[in-house]
Design a binder for this molecule. Structure first.
Ligand code: FCB
Length: 454
């Protein structure tokens, strides 16, 4: 197997490497300087939703440690930093008045990136909806899409000329299906009808926001980040194959088709249209906006069995748990070939703009031993997946950059602080950062790419 470093020359010289984070997972300072709560503050504080009842109250205290964190990114030889704005810091009640102190924080952060030669790749929505909007139904209410578009305009006006790109949503699958059908993420509902309202209103919010971003600053590269599932039938039997196809329609095409083709998949409509908001058809043109790029977040494949329970909901699929496969510490299967296959397949099926790998990484919970974190399994994971991405590039996929998830260990949503994805270890008692072996390895890759441009 070739290593990613030896394959680097297959990439264009302007291909970028970066690291990614998200506001609620790292910032902390949850009650400071005018920020109001988000649905994740409420969900975590309610108890019973997050491992150990952890919350993002303090997280990595990045709100105060942002300067040394940016220095750390620079020391890893990165080109770019992907982060998200916290909507409740910028517009605390979700709509209306902006918060000068919140805006000032992102001014410091973005200027700090530019001073260090790091390209700022920003996300508008990485799941921290202002709680004041949730009171009116949050994403299940159509008005939230319009509030989101207003927020997009505020951000574009103020920061747009300093950003390398702006993304509307991070993984709308998580903020709709995982949050409203499976109940795993905030606000923790299990209701198919609410799920489809939320999903559609997020699509609408995306379309409206893209229009507002482009009307405000036509030069700002605009996109969306999707966590497409890489779906395989668990066996060769016909029932499992059919279930895998249905699973893909519900979990992938329900996002890709409206965003990039301007309609929902036919089977999805036959099965589920009665749950969509009234007059959903009228929104399709707004949802289908031209984009400058899209982002793919990828971690693991999913193997599917048919769900033969007569009461099972569409798509009647169950995730199988393969035996004897390599897994990361969160239990996710490691299979880098599936990453390459997904990238190639999605470009065969859709006409898409260029892609950035906006997240990829591994949960490996290795702790320091004598101050050293030898996270060999994370290094291997990254090496295998970056190599797979380079093979997809060679096969013709227009991939422009790669962001490792994550810069540092952080609040891993429902898993709390137990699950560590960082290239940099965080000691939460002291906020001490320690670069892991994988971080040093990734820094070498970044250095080699910088050297190609010298
Ligand atoms: C993705 C999220 C990111 C992080 C990783 C592990 O789904 O976008 O915030 O939690 O998973």
């Amino acid at each position: 197997m070739q290593t990613s470093n030896s394959l680097l020359s297959c990439l264009p010289e302007d291909f970028i490497f970066g690291v990614a984070t998200a506001a609620y997972q790292i910032e902390g300072a949850a009650q400071l300087d005018g920020r109001r709560p988000s649905i994740w503050d409420d969900f975590a504080h309610a108890g019973g939703n997050v491992a150990n009842n952890d919350s993002g109250d303090v997280a990595c205290d990045h709100y105060h440690l942002w300067q040394s964190d940016l220095d750390l990114i620079k020391s890893l030889n990165m080109d770019a930093y992907r982060f998200s704005f916290a909507w409740p810091r910028v517009i605390p009640t979700g709509k209306g008045a902006t918060n000068e102190k919140g805006i000032a924080f992102y001014d410091r952060l973005i200027d700090g990136c530019l001073e260090r030669g790091l390209a700022p790749f920003a996300t508008l929505y990485h799941w921290d909806l202002p709680s004041d909007l949730q009171q009116y139904g949050g994403w299940t209410h159509r008005d939230t899409a319009f509030a989101f578009a207003d927020y997009a305009e505020v951000i574009t006006k103020h920061f747009g000329d300093r950003l390398a790109s702006l993304t509307t949503f991070n993984e709308p699958w998580c903020s709709s299906i995982l949050s409203y059908l499976y109940g795993v993420h905030a606000p923790g509902k299990k209701d198919i009808s609410l799920t489809l309202k939320c999903l559609h209103n997020q699509h609408l919010g995306h379309g409206l926001a893209v229009q507002r971003i482009k009307n405000t600053n036509p030069d700002l590269a605009t996109g969306i980040v999707l966590n497409l599932q890489s779906v395989y039938p668990a066996t060769n039997n016909e029932a499992d194959k059919a279930a895998a196809t249905r699973h893909e329609i519900f979990h992938n095409s329900a996002f890709l088709d409206p965003l990039f083709k301007g309609h929902y998949p036919a089977e999805f409509i036959t099965e589920l249209a009665h749950h969509l908001p009234e007059k959903w058809e009228d929104d399709l043109n707004t949802i289908h906006q031209p984009l400058d790029f899209w982002g793919l977040n990828y971690y693991t494949p999913i193997r599917i069995n048919a769900d033969d329970n007569p009461n099972a909901l569409y798509p009647k699929s169950l995730a199988a748990s393969p035996e004897n496969c390599e897994r990361t510490d969160i239990g996710w299967e490691v299979a880098a070939d599936t990453f390459e296959e997904l990238m190639i397949k999605v470009y065969e099926q859709y006409t898409l703009p260029p892609v950035y790998i906006t997240e990829n990484g591994a949960c490996i919970n290795d702790e320091p031993i004598d101050g050293v974190i030898s996270d060999v399994r994370r290094q291997d994971y990254l090496d295998q997946h970056i190599s797979a991405m380079i093979r997809a590039h060679k096969a013709g996929v227009p991939v422009r950059g790669y962001f490792a998830w994550s810069l540092m260990d952080n609040f891993e949503w429902a898993e709390g602080y137990d699950m560590r994805f960082g290239l940099v270890h965080v000691d939460y008692a002291t906020q001490k950062r320690t670069i892991k072996q994988s971080g040093y390895w990734y820094a070498e890759l970044g250095k080699a790419q910088l050297a190609r441009r010298a």
